[in-house]
Design a protein around this ligand. Structure first.
Ligand SMILES: [Fe+2]
Length: 257
């Protein structure tokens, strides 16, 4: 048996002619970069060729029963990401960087999301809204445009607890209060069910960005967000994307209050 060696040079080459647009959600800037990579098909093939290990799950939960929620993390030499890191910094206008691996060996990690329904999209549920803390989030859509419906992409939400989508606006105690509300309501993302069924009791829409092949969506991770699926999506084929969680030193940390 031979090693399955993959020459990744050029996979993450950034297209110099990408197109940028910006929208605001609750005061936070959302950046959309279209035609982001030169070779998105190679990245898509790389992700789809890799094993897709089960991701978030909980005892008795629905992963691998009603859907496959999988994530792969592949360490690459950080040189592969120079151009991506540079483009994200330039467009975000701030110092963000890929987190170092714990041993500081300066690999960066390709994080991929692979998701597919086994039983179809629930008619009354949405992928659970959540926030990812004070990082710079990024997501590269890698589904072909003819694979997905018009209403497929990433949605942003306001909590009905306080009318806030952008938790960076909150002080420490205000943030703790909304976190307690989320936890006590049983609507946090805990791996039991990918979908939240009675979501309109807790959330209202605050924005939506459509999935588009080779589109990079960037947002501050502390805005409530979630994937959004068209009703017919991801039944006969997976949702595929690459996601980024970049450290953002420009953000206040809770200890700074
Ligand atoms: Fe997220």
């Amino acid at each position: 048996m031979n090693i399955k060696a993959i020459d990744t040079r050029g996979f993450w080459k950034v297209n110099k002619d990408y197109k940028v647009s910006r929208v605001k959600v609750d005061g936070a800037e959302i950046i959309i970069i279209d035609d982001f990579l030169v070779n998105p098909e190679r990245v898509r093939d790389f992700i789809l060729d890799a094993p897709a290990p089960m991701w978030k799950h909980k005892e008795g939960g629905y992963n691998f029963k009603k859907y496959y929620d999988c994530r792969n993390s592949i360490a690459l030499h950080h040189r592969e990401f120079f151009e991506i890191e540079g483009a994200i910094r330039k467009e975000a206008g701030k110092a963000v960087y890929f987190a170092k691996t714990p041993n500081y060996c300066r690999d960066d990690v390709v994080i991929t999301n692979i998701f597919q329904n086994i039983k179809g999209n629930p008619h009354d549920g949405i992928p659970i809204p959540h926030e990812d803390g004070r990082i710079q989030g990024g997501l590269l859509y890698l589904n072909h445009d003819d694979e997905v419906q018009f209403k497929t992409g990433t949605a942003f939400y306001k909590s009905k607890f306080n009318g806030i989508a952008n938790t960076n606006k909150l002080g420490k105690l205000e943030k703790r209060a909304v976190d307690d509300f989320t936890l006590n309501s049983g609507i946090e993302e805990d791996g039991y069910d990918y979908y939240l069924h009675d979501w309109k009791k807790f959330w209202e829409p605050a924005g939506f960005i459509q999935s588009k092949f080779n589109r990079l969506l960037m947002w501050p991770g502390d805005i409530y967000h979630g994937a959004y699926h068209g009703s017919e999506d991801f039944v006969d084929y997976p949702r595929v994307n690459q996601c980024f969680f970049l450290e953002d030193d420009s953000k206040r940390r809770y200890d700074d209050y």
